[in-house]
Design a protein around this ligand. Structure first.
Ligand code: FAD
Length: 347
């Protein structure tokens, strides 16, 4: 397994669980896009024009997460904390209300569940939300996980299944007869099959030239603050002056605010980017005014040409699992199933 983000860790777990001896190569497992992710499993809130197929794929993700959670429990005695909170989608101004209307039209055309709710009837759902916002759209099927908990749990489970983690960067990869090999600064390693799960980063030499798909990095940032606990209510999503904003509130008052999106790959925080995100946050959830800033996290989303994930087999014994873009956490258990079926079908 080249890459130990959520895709690599989950795939390694699935393979190890059925008896494969797995080695993960990654200089810093869990520290890529996975660390920046809010952890939403939001098939409905992520509905977008032209992405119906992706919506259908994500729809199966919650069930796949429940199953993965159960498997992790069997190995570690701990489950993934799945919060089936739903999402409340709101609008900041008149033109944002039109965006919510458009969203509702698309969501309903896909058959997604979306129901209008009014503050006067469902006041608790609007807790912390600007008093000027009187209505919203409830997307009841959405859920969230904490990616830090997921990474920690997968790491423990993989340790228990004796997955070997080598903190080394893979420079090149190849196929030699019925074997695959990778080269790092420390030497050459061989195995029966290999999966590339390098997120938005370039592939190792030797395979980079052979693949059909392309991924480009789309930088995103989440801001983490402490001080508002609305974890018993739906996640908040909003259109603000045409931009998208979300907040995932965890028990104890830790909130993840997101997310910026730029066609850039330098992992730095631009002042304007941070200012826009915080302004949007305060316009939608004014109660955040007194929350304290914990940190910002940045990551590169792996975007394919059509924004859909792919699992590409190269040279029969290598596969490339990427293109998960905004949905890698959501889709991780499904990507792991693809990795499993890939190795099970090797001759
Ligand atoms: C701000 C932000 C918010 C997001 N929110 C959500 C969300 O709420 N829900 C959701 O479903 N998705 C979300 N995503 C998307 C999700 O984070 C990604 O799709 C997912 O993390 C991709 O996982 P990955 O394992 O492919 O990549 P990564 O997590 O980037 O992991 C790739 C790993 O590969 C390693 N690597 C790379 N090259 C090599 C090499 N040559 N040798 C060895 N190791 C290598 C890296 O060190 C890294 O650890 C968000 C993304 C961002 C940036």
């Amino acid at each position: 397994m080249v890459g130990g983000g959520v895709i690599g860790l989950t795939s390694a777990f699935r393979l190890a669980r059925v008896g494969w001896r797995v080695t993960i190569f990654d200089p810093s497992p869990g520290a890529g896009a996975t660390r920046a992710a809010a952890g939403m499993l939001a098939s409905t809130a992520e509905v977008a024009p032209g992405e119906e197929e992706n919506y259908r794929l994500q729809l199966g993700a919650l069930g796949a997460w429940r199953k993965l959670s159960h498997e992790l429990y069997e190995v570690t005695g701990e489950e993934v904390e799945l919060h089936e909170s739903g999402t409340l989608l709101v609008a900041f101004d008149q033109s944002d209300r039109r965006l919510v209307d458009q969203f509702e039209g698309i969501a309903k055309s896909y058959g997604a569940e979306a129901r209008r709710v009014l503050r006067e009837h469902s006041g608790e759902m609007f807790e912390g939300v600007s008093a000027g916002i009187r209505e919203g759209l409830l997307l009841a099927g959405d859920a969230w996980v904490d990616p830090d908990q997921v990474v920690a749990l997968l790491t423990r489970a993989n340790e228990a299944l004796q997955v070997n983690v080598l903190r080394q960067f893979v420079l090149s990869a190849s196929t030699q007869g019925n074997q695959v090999s990778v080269t790092t600064a420390e030497g050459e390693f061989r195995g029966d099959a290999g999966v590339l799960a390098t997120g938005a980063q370039p592939l190792p030499r030797g395979l980079a030239e052979r693949v059909a798909n392309v991924v480009r990095p789309v930088r995103g940032m989440t801001v983490r603050v402490q001080g508002l606990d609305r974890s018993s209510q739906p996640m908040v999503r909003a259109y603000v002056r045409g931009r998208s904003f979300y907040m995932v509130s965890r028990p104890g008052g830790y909130c993840v605010l997101g997310a910026s999106s730029d066609e850039k790959q330098e992992l730095l925080v631009e002042v304007g980017e941070l200012q826009r995100l915080l302004r949007d946050a305060l316009d939608i959830v004014p109660s955040l005014e007194t929350a304290s800033l914990v940190e910002t996290r940045q990551g590169l989303r792996p975007a394919s040409k059509d924004l859909a994930p792919f699992f590409e087999v190269v040279d029969e014994r290598w596969a490339w699992s990427s293109g998960h873009y905004r949905h890698g956490v959501t889709l991780a258990p499904l990507a792991a199933n693809q990795a499993l079926s890939f190795v099970l079908h090797l001759s």
